[in-house]
Ligand binder design. Sequence first.
Ligand code: ZN
Length: 69
Amino acid sequence: MSIEELEEQVDKLLEERDELEEVCDTLPQCAEDNGCETCNTYKKIAEIDDKIEELEEKIESLMGEEEEE
Ligand SMILES: [Zn+2]
């Protein structure tokens, strides 16, 4: 997979994340202290964060390879 494709995926995930955060903000449960610890929306956001981190690592290693050539 190319760097551009990976960056596109990161952008899509960030968009998804924004939408989920908006949902999270409107949940009464999430207005309470630590309410997000048990909310499903927040769980999905955390999963997306993990995926973004993985993709960024891949992008970094690909960029490193390009510099070596
Ligand atoms: Zn929440």
